[in-house]
Design a protein around this ligand. Structure first.
Ligand code: UDP
Ligand code: MG
Length: 317
């Protein structure tokens, strides 16, 4: 096998049960990549354990086009693991991540690449017109994710959830060194980049099939994000504890003074006590849950299992 020159551009796409989107995706993507023919490009699909005909369609594509490679996972590991699988395979100087459902138009890729070439390390897409395409139910959690990520990472971007993003080689190499399982790629990338830009990109409705994210998966992603990028929740607990003890100290002092001032007065203490007690019981559960969240994550990290298992890498021979 002749040593291939490094391609200029790698496009990485996670695929989980997207058989109805793959033909249209490839049609539009190949047209969008044509301007990069001279400098060289490659496309890496990860089949994240699809149960439909996706893998077969991808293998057919790879057979017809040598610049396509397919990383086949042995089961479903989730979107971010799938993207990682493709990133590890990508050889390009600039790496673009893209979703398969055509919500991010492949036609925007040249725009991202041009921005990177202006000297940025990471360029994120900022989805325009999301209101018309995603349900409120799907948008609200995203809003929350964005707000919390802005806080915890300290990088002010409009849209963290958009997976249409471009990275420089060095940023991807740094990300690949991170062994933690629960990672949120856009936030992780920003922690290794100096110059970050955002370009507005169009956003469409999912072309076919259903979103793979239910409420539960989104909540999980949110926990990933908060616990893997900051110790903020733990620190908040201590702050909360200090505030609460301060208040109860003041409260007891107040009661003591009241006793001295009105020695004859009676306070119906039982109900007050119950109210306060139940409040604290709630807080304790919250605190325990948060601690458990961290401990659970430590547990998964120390087991140090691989993030994914590749069954086979197809194509590119
Ligand atoms: N995906 C994946 N593994 C999963 C879930 C999703 O590889 O377990 C892929 C999916 O095929 C798509 C992308 O991740 O290319 C984004 O998924 P989806 O469109 O369902 O997410 P949403 O747009 O609702 O955030
Ligand atoms: Mg989608």
């Amino acid at each position: 096998m002749a040593l291939e020159p490094t391609p200029f551009l790698s496009v990485t796409i996670p695929i989980y049960n997207e058989q109805d989107n793959i033909p249209a995706l490839w049609g539009r993507l190949s047209a969008a990549l044509a301007p990069f023919d001279a400098r060289g490009w490659e496309v890496i699909f990860t089949d994240d354990g699809s149960k439909d005909a996706s893998l077969k369609l991808l293998l057919d594509l790879a057979k017809a086009e040598p610049r396509i490679r397919v990383v086949e996972f042995n089961r479903n590991y989730g979107q971010h693991a799938a993207v990682f699988g493709a990133l590890a395979e990508a050889k390009g100087e600039i790496i673009v991540t893209l979703d398969a459902d055509l919500q991010n138009p492949p036609e925007e890729i040249p725009k991202l690449v041009a921005k990177i070439e202006e000297g940025f390390d990471v360029v994120g897409g900022w989805r325009q017109g999301r209101e018309e395409n995603d349900s409120l139910f799907r948008r609200l959690p995203s809003k929350l994710v964005n707000a919390i990520t802005r806080r915890t990472t300290g990088v002010k971007l409009h849209d963290y959830g958009c997976m249409l993003r471009a990275y420089r080689r060095e940023v991807v190499d740094a990300m690949l060194l991170c062994k933690e399982r629960s990672s949120f790629i856009p936030a992780l990338a920003n922690s290794f980049a100096k110059r970050i830009a955002e370009v507005p990109v169009a956003h469409a409705e999912r072309a076919a099939g259903d979103s793979k994210y239910g409420l539960w998966k989104l909540i999980n992603l949110q926990f990933d994000l908060v616990t893997s990028f900051s110790l903020l929740p733990l620190q908040m607990l201590s702050v909360f504890g200090v505030v609460i003890s301060g208040i109860s100290l003041a409260f007891s002092l107040g009661l003591l003074i009241y006793r001295f001032v009105h020695p004859e007065g009676t306070v119906n203490g039982v109900f007050t006590l119950f109210a306060i007690l139940f409040f604290f019981v709630g807080c304790m559960f919250l605190a325990l849950g948060l601690l458990g969240e961290y401990i659970g994550r430590i547990y998964t990290e120390v087991r140090d299992r691989p993030r994914y298992m590749i069954k086979k890498v197809h194509g590119g021979e």
